[in-house]
Design a protein around this ligand. Sequence first.
Ligand code: G4P
Length: 195
Amino acid sequence: MQALESKISTAGRVLGSDILKVDSFLNHQIDPELMWAMGQDFAQHFAQAGITKVLTVESSGIAPAVMTGLALNVPVVFARKSKSRILAEEAYLADVYSYTKESQQTIRVDQRFLSKNDRLLLIDDFLANGQALLGLKSLADQAGATIVGTGIVIEKSFQPGRQAAAKAGLNNIYSLARIAAFENGQVVFDQTAAE
Ligand code: G4P
C-alpha cells in the first residue's frame, strides 16, 4: 500500500538490525486517516470472504482491526493479555511467546464472543515471528470458528512469521507493507508485496 510505505519511509525509524519504530503513526500516536485507509484496504481485499467477525490481540492490533470491522460492518473482538477481574471464567486461552519482549503471555477471549459459526479475519500490526497469529489461531480453533484470512499492516518478510503461520495452516495472509531488509538505517521494501 503506497500511502503506508511512504509513511514508513518518512516517519518510521529503524532500530538496530531488525526493529522498526512506528510509534508516531501506528502504535502509540495514531494517524486516523491512514488507519482508516488501511481498514478499507483490508475490507476490500477480503470483501468476498463472508467474514462475520474481526479478531485481533491488544493493544496495537486494535486500531487497524476496528477500522477493518467498520469498513466490513462486522464486530471486532480483541484478545486480552491481562486477566480482568470481571472477565467471565469461561474463556479460551492461548500462550504467546514474544521474541521481541522475551516474555510469555496468556491471551484470552470470553467464550461468548467466538462461535463455531464465525468466519474470522485475523488482523495484527506486525508479522515478525508469527507467535501472536498462532495464539489467535488457537483461540479460533478452540471455538470451532473458521479463519478465512489474515491481514497484517507490516510484515518483516526476513523473519520467519509467514512460514510459521503457513505451517500451522494460515495461508491466506495479506500484508499492506512487506519489508525485505533494513540497510544502513533505511527500509527496503519487498516489492513482491501484498500476498
Ligand atoms: P509476532 O508479532 O510475529 O508474534 O513476533 P514477535 O514475537 O517478534 O513480536 C512481539 C511483539 O513485538 C508484538 O507486539 C509485535 O507486534 C512487536 N513487534 C515485532 N516486530 C516489531 C517491530 O519491528 N517494530 C515494532 N514496533 N514492534 C514489533 P505485542 O507484544 O503484541 O505488543 P503490543 O501489540 O501490545 O504493542
